[in-house]
Design a binder for this molecule. Structure first.
Ligand SMILES: CC(C)=CCC/C(C)=C/CC/C(C)=C/CC/C(C)=C/COP(=O)(O)OP(=O)(O)O
Ligand SMILES: O=P(O)(O)OC[C@@H](O)CO
Length: 422
């Protein structure tokens, strides 16, 4: 038997086994974990900020999706991944353009999630993907191979070097088959989804089946980005869930309370995706920080701040509770919200206090001042599995101070992602 014949027989036997495993035996061979119930979408663009206490908020989510459709660059994506890696949360990359994928994002990301829109234009189904694969073949692939092996492999192998990396990357990638149902969203504009493209529940089920059996999409994503889909989303999910067995079903759009999150989970979603509600926590934290600065100095304790938050904020309707209550495992979102808001303020006030003590510092004076100070938040971060508590505290405090004193230090990049500004 020739090597080509052997490869053909091997491929067809392997694919038959895989289909039998997925269907007849119902094996969970999908690389996207079925136990994930909550995904937080973190957008690297400058307008969408993070709360200082983001590691604590994110310690309850199953995984973070990094990506967004506007003003995202490879640089702000890399910075976001670096921040998340120290926080111990599982993060994957959902790029809106292939050039946002770099060696660094690949190193940090758990996997690459590639969007394909089932009810948009052909550009959003296969056009952007084709351009992306060509970019990997021509540019990114050869560069990665040369950096990893130290050899100018494309000189010997020509296009085959890029083909190899592109093939490997697509094989390892997870595909997200989107059904976009809010025509007023950025996602709909990007994918050219108009009123005529909106699907009935039966049509959604049929396309989801095509995605599962033909495209082998690991994720079927019902997207209402920015607004809650209500009864219509529930009907869509019930229909999709009736057909789909192997792909994971995700719902995203306008979630900011436990009732709606539970409704879509009960209707058949395996996981909910929450974006805006998370970024709004950073706005609340920043607004409270400005008010707390007028009330307290750098020595305010977490207990003092918890009482102040409790008195000052209508906690039940706060952005922090809105986000936390979308996570099924968080049983006392109000208590957690008070704790995390107070800890974020306490940390911010302590860093502002360090700033008061410094005058025209050098980068090394900033680093010394930060490592000499005991920040109470470090013990909060230490409770998070996999987090580098000390590294995060030094990086966040150093970054805020570098930004405040207008100093070029690598830590400074993180300041651009926080809502709080010294
Ligand atoms: C081959 C490689 C390395 C990458 C491929 C990169 C690809 C194919 C990107 C496709 C992007 C695409 C089809 C986007 C369509 C619109 C969409 C599904 C956007 C996702 O929405 P969010 O970015 O989450 O939306 P918001 O910004 O509205 O929150
Ligand atoms: O920002 P929201 O409305 O939570 O939507 C989440 C996600 O589905 C957006 O792609």
């Amino acid at each position: 038997m020739s090597l080509t014949q052997f490869a053909k027989r091997f491929e067809s036997a392997a694919s038959l086994l895989s289909i039998a495993g997925r269907t007849l035996l119902g094996l969970e061979t999908n690389p996207v974990p079925g136990e994930w119930t909550h995904i937080t979408k973190v957008d690297p663009e400058g307008e969408k900020r993070l709360p200082l206490l983001f590691p604590s908020y994110l310690s309850h989510t199953s995984a973070v999706s990094v990506g967004g459709s506007q003003d995202v660059t490879d640089e702000n994506t890399e910075q976001t991944f670096e921040l998340l890696t120290d926080s111990g949360v599982t993060a994957f990359h959902e790029p809106s353009e292939a050039t946002h994928v770099t060696e660094k994002t690949r190193d940090h990301a758990n996997f690459l999630a590639v969007p394909e829109v089932l009810n948009g234009d052909s550009e959003s189904l296969v056009g952007t993907l084709g351009k992306g694969i060509d970019y990997v073949r021509e540019d990114l692939g050869p560069e990665i191979l040369e950096q990893k092996t130290g050899l100018p492999l494309s000189e010997f192998l020509g296009d085959r070097a890029g083909d190899f990396v592109a093939g490997m990357m697509m094989d390892e990638a997870v595909f997200e088959a989107y059904i976009i149902m809010n025509v007023d969203s950025a996602a709909a504009r990007e994918a050219n989804v108009t009123e005529e493209d909106l699907l009935s529940p039966q049509e959604a089920k049929e396309r989801a089946l095509a995605a599962q059996h033909h495209l082998e999409s690991e994720i079927i994503y019902l997207e209402y980005s920015g607004t809650f889909g209500g009864d219509e989303a529930v009907e869509m999910l019930e229909a999709i869930d009736d057909g789909v067995t192997w792909s994971q079903i995700w719902y995203g759009g306008g979630l900011d309370n436990s009732e709606n999150a539970q409704r879509v989970l009960d209707a058949g979603a395996d996981a909910v995706v929450v974006g805006d509600a998370f970024h709004r926590v950073a706005e609340l934290e920043a607004e409270l920080f400005d008010r707390a600065r007028e009330e307290f100095d750098g020595d305010a304790s977490a207990e003092q701040l918890q009482s102040w938050v409790d008195e000052t904020v209508d906690i039940e309707d706060s952005e922090a509770v809105n986000y936390l209550s979308t996570i099924p495992e968080v049983t006392e979102p109000e208590q957690r919200a008070i704790e995390y808001l107070a800890a974020g303020l306490e940390f911010g006030l302590a860093v502002a206090d360090v700033a008061e003590e410094l005058s025209d510092p050098t980068p090394s004076e900033i680093r010394t001042a930060v490592s000499d100070r005991q920040f109470a938040v470090e013990s909060t971060f230490r409770a998070i599995p996999g987090a580098d508590a000390n590294g995060m505290v030094e990086e966040f405090a150093g970054g805020l101070l570098a930004d405040h004193f207008d100093l070029e230090m690598p830590e400074r990049a993180v300041a651009a992602h926080f809502g709080i500004d010294l």
